[in-house]
Design a protein around this ligand. Structure first.
Ligand code: SAH
Ligand code: DHB
Ligand code: MG
Length: 221
């Protein structure tokens, strides 16, 4: 199997059942035009985030790693009319592009992009009393994944669904010699979850237009 065929199958799912619309397509086009890296979730995975947020009954959602807001749009659309997504982004250009994409999707009321290092923003969110969040998507610098997971739990309630992107990376997670901060960060998060009775978790490998990767799904018990 090749990336090309994985990509074609993702396209088939997207055309038939996923329902990617003009605002989402426009966000991808605007991201490319602004020179943002093409590292956002696929359409089928974006729809999965949307469905999980709905299934969890989330009214408030938190995203760590906005990029151009493609995944933010999928998540914000899962929330009820009075719902709120807070999405955290360190890069000003990414955040500015995301705000434009979110506005084009008519979601400016529902989705707030906060600029800054996520760890700083998370402290502020706690201090402002914005928790608990019913859905959390972790998709920023992988080296901090264990810290982000601890924050996600701290800002959660029983029933909160937590998704972490990019936990497989071509199998790097189990490569013995892999010592990059990203891989160390992801493994550290797995060790944390393994010892954490408040979380029930699994991880699923995926193939698609972006190769072989996977995501982690956990629920707060
Ligand atoms: N969730 C997006 C993709 C996010 S890519 C989507 O699927 O559409 C990861 C993003 O995390 C990048 O935009 C990067 O600038 C941001 N990021 C990296 N380190 C960060 C940090 N410490 N704090 C906040 N954002 C960070
Ligand atoms: C990268 C980050 C992501 O969130 C992703 O989905 C793919 C790649 C990266 O930093 O390379
Ligand atoms: Mg990702």
């Amino acid at each position: 199997m090749t990336n090309e065929r994985w990509c074609a199958v993702d396209d088939y799912f997207t055309r038939t059942i996923v329902g990617e619309d003009r605002a989402l397509e426009a966000a991808l086009a605007a991201n490319a035009a602004a020179g943002l890296p093409d590292i956002g979730v696929s359409a089928p995975l974006g729809k999965l985030l949307h469905l999980l947020a709905r299934m969890a009954g989330a009214r408030k959602a938190l995203e760590i790693g906005t990029l151009g807001g493609y995944s933010s749009i999928w998540i914000a659309r899962a929330l009820p009319p009075d719902g709120k997504l807070i999405t955290l982004e360190a890069n000003e250009k990414h955040a500015a592009t995301a705000r434009e994409n979110i506005a084009r999707a008519n979601l400016s009321e529902k989705a707030e992009v906060r600029i800054g290092c996520a760890l700083d923003s998370l402290s502020k969110i706690e201090a402002e009393g914005l928790a608990p969040f019913g859905f959390v998507f972790i998709d920023a610098d992988k080296s901090n994944n264990a810290k982000y997971l601890s924050w996600a739990m701290r800002l959660s309630r029983p029933g909160t669904a937590i998704v972490v992107d990019n936990v497989v990376r071509d199998g790097a997670i189990i490569r013995k010699t892999a010592s990059s901060p990203d891989v160390v960060g992801v493994r550290c998060m797995f060790d944390l979850i393994a010892q954490q009775p408040r979380l029930s978790a699994t991880a699923i490998q995926t193939v698609g237009g972006k190769g072989w990767d996977g995501f982690l799904l956990a629920v707060v018990v």
